[in-house]
Design a protein around this ligand. Structure first.
Ligand code: FES
Length: 109
């Protein structure tokens, strides 16, 4: 049985000129996760998805982080959600091409 995952999607918006996930399409990413949960209620026993404020590494956004693995994904697009769910949430393997941080946010020492 795969471990339960909790996906946090940054939905932060910021003033013009400041990078933010909310201005780069994170709402569509969150909605795509929600649509997958609605289409497959069994998924609710394997994952939860929560919208959040700023996670820190704004310049890499849209950012999501998956716990308990502490895998950070950056520049995520709605069309990446299927792969994240299939490969990471259900399969336990991060989608390496989108990973920006493991165990800590990108840019942190
Ligand atoms: S606005 Fe998303 S990480 Fe800062």
């Amino acid at each position: 049985m795969s471990e339960f995952k909790h996906v946090f999607v940054c939905m932060q918006k910021k003033p013009p000129g400041m990078p933010s996930c909310g201005d780069r399409g994170s709402e569509q990413i969150f909605m795509k996760f929600q649509e997958k949960l609605m289409a497959n209620p069994e998924l609710m026993t394997k994952m939860a998805v929560t919208p959040t404020g700023c996670l820190g590494p704004c310049m890499f956004g849209p950012n999501i982080v998956v716990y308990p693995d502490a895998i950070w994904y950056g520049n995520v697009k709605p069309e990446d959600v299927d792969e994240i769910v299939e490969k990471h949430i259900l399969g336990g393997e991060p989608v390496e091409r989108l990973v920006t941080g493991k165990g800590k946010p990108p840019g942190m020492f």
